[in-house]
Write a protein of this length. Structure first.
Length: 292
């Protein structure tokens, strides 16, 4: 065990190091809660400094080592802890999967609002499931539906399955390894809704991403090809074979892609009631359409 004074002084030094590295100092407390298991109230009220000894879930040296990796290697704090909060879930994450972002939480709410009563059951698909976040959100939101999660990465699917097990949702979700719709031939013409957060960053922009993303998050889940629309274009063309009439097509996209995605959906000819919807910052982040 370590004295509260030592923790307090380290915490202050770590916050200063974070500021110098242009990292949010709030991440220090995030790590203390997630890895060391320290109480949020004790951190907020700075009660640690008065304690002779602090019982934590990991050693003080382990904590110091993790924070050193955060500063020097720019390793995201979520990967250091191996977990992150998303909606009301606590999800396992690793460098095999993208870290689920807060803005992506909205895609599940949009799916719920768009579905209405007639689409609450049936088959829902999360393409490029990664950590399984969207599939898990769909499983809770549509309790009468069967959810299918697809990813090309075996390592990502292992993380998704662990999350489904931890949340008790394995009976609701089927996971498949493969490229987009390829493993789901048995669902042609039967799908009530497709939800996806596909790679949408133009290849030339990848090197401009912040170091946490560039160095550590999987490029397979980021790179959308030359114009950033390679995978979205594929999903527009192929999904019509899988969605039943009235079925939902819903994706997350990059800011500024809305107009061309709308044009592609219209040009395909099988989509109607096409909408662009904003994220929490008011940026057009989601494209929604229905199959004719």
């Amino acid at each position: 065990m370590t004295s509260g004074r030592e923790f307090y002084l380290w915490r202050e030094r770590a916050k200063q190091a974070a500021i110098a590295a242009q990292i949010s100092p709030a991440e220090v407390d995030w790590l203390l809660r997630a890895v060391a298991g320290l109480d949020n109230l004790a951190l907020r009220l700075q009660l640690l400094s008065g304690q002779e000894q602090v019982l934590v879930d990991s050693s003080f040296s382990q904590l110091q080592n993790l924070w050193q990796q955060r500063i020097e290697k720019r390793l995201p704090v979520q990967y250091l802890a191996g977990t992150t909060a998303w909606r009301h879930f606590q999800l396992k994450v690793s460098p095999a999967v993208l870290i689920p972002r807060p803005e992506t939480e909205l895609i599940v709410d949009i799916a719920k609002q768009a579905a209405g009563e007639e689409l609450n059951a049936g088959h829902w698909v999360d393409l490029g499931t990664g950590s399984g976040a969207i599939a898990l959100g769909l499983a809770v939101t549509f309790p009468q539906a069967t959810i299918h999660g697809v990813d090309i990465s075996a390592e990502a699917l292992a993380v998704a399955l662990d999350n489904a097990v931890n949340l008790g949702l394995t009976s609701k979700i089927h996971f498949y390894r493969g490229n987009w719709w390829n493993p789901l031939a048995h669902l042609k013409g039967k799908v009530s809704g497709m939800v996806a957060n596909p790679p949408y960053i133009p290849t030339a922009h990848i090197q401009q991403l912040q170091p946490e993303v560039l160095r550590h998050e999987p490029h397979l889940a980021l790179d959308g090809g030359q114009d950033g629309l390679e995978h979205i274009r594929h999903l527009i063309e192929v999904s019509v074979d899988y969605l039943h009439p009235g079925g939902i097509w819903l994706i997350e996209m990059m800011a500024g892609q809305g107009e061309i995605v709308t044009q592609m959906l219209k040009a395909q000819g099988y989509y109607y009631n096409i909408k662009l919807l904003p994220d929490l910052a008011g940026i057009e982040r989601f494209a929604l359409a229905y199959r004719r």
